[in-house]
Design a protein. Structure first.
Length: 260
């Protein structure tokens, strides 16, 4: 008879990240901080990143070899600045979680070009820049590299009063597939997670709006807002050897929203 304890230990080992260096952008708080903590618990050395809000508190909470970095991904030079800092500190990047993002809410006819460009730079262009830098670092290694992009329900839906955000997140989903096609033969898996409605600072206005909050909860089969820890398992899976044959997918973590 098979030793079920041994089989269990073996499959769980696939989720271990010992010896791996993970860079998680936008991880000073919220979903990014939750992902960083989960990857650290699985054994990874984590590089946490912030800009307007420093990631030092997150790094301190995680402890161990966690280290905080600061860079402005709203600048065209920010991605290279951040990646260079992490490389100088840790020597490599095995896992890249592109979580940093911004949103601008306004009627489409009133969106200024500068605001449009800023959202696209942070949400899509810097993501491509970091993915490119990471891939160059990963190509040629024997162990697979992992890139996980944070997409959105607005990768599938249009939303209201957030045209730049919707465009950028639609781009994230398509870019994920394009990079996966090119880099799978080079042992790099590229996937995305599309979170549903999560209780973070980005959604405070929606949570505070009694009508919108009720409408959102009525649409979510799970009947609640997501919490950062709800994203941790998906992020760990896509960052680990357990997902070595998964690439080019956009995984929804939304309490059932897209199935409604």
């Amino acid at each position: 008879m098979e030793n079920t304890s041994s089989a269990s230990s073996h499959i769980l080992d696939l989720f271990r990240l010992d010896g791996k260096v993970a860079l998680i952008t936008g991880s000073a708080s919220g979903l990014g901080a939750g992902i960083a903590g989960a990857l650290a618990q699985a054994g990874a050395t984590v590089a946490v990143h912030g800009n307007r809000r420093a990631a030092t508190d997150t790094a301190s909470t995680i402890g161990g070899t966690a280290h905080a970095f600061r860079a402005d991904l709203g600048s065209t030079e920010g991605a290279e600045d951040l990646f260079s800092q992490v490389k100088a500190q840790f020597g490599k990047v095995d896992i890249l979680i592109n979580n940093a993002g911004t949103i601008h809410r306004a009627a489409a006819e009133e969106v200024a070009l500068a605001d449009w460009q800023q959202v696209l730079q942070v949400n899509l262009t810097s993501l491509f820049q970091l993915s490119q830098l990471a891939a160059r670092d990963m190509i040629g290694r024997s162990a697979p590299g992992k890139i996980v992009n944070i997409a959105s329900l607005l990768s599938f839906q249009g939303g209201i009063r957030v045209p730049a955000y919707a465009a950028s997140k639609g781009g994230v989903a398509q870019l994920t597939k394009a990079l996966a096609n090119e880099w799978a033969p080079k042992h790099i898996q590229v996937n995305a997670i599309a979170p549903g409605y999560f209780a973070t600072t980005n959604t405070e206005a929606l949570q505070a709006d009694e009508t919108r909050n009720r409408q959102i909860l009525e649409r979510i089969p799970a009947g609640r807002w997501g919490q950062p820890q709800d994203l941790a398992g998906a992020a760990l899976f896509l960052s680990s050897r357990a997902s070595d044959y998964v690439t080019g997918t956009v995984l929804t973590v939304d309490g059932g929203w897209m199935g409604r």
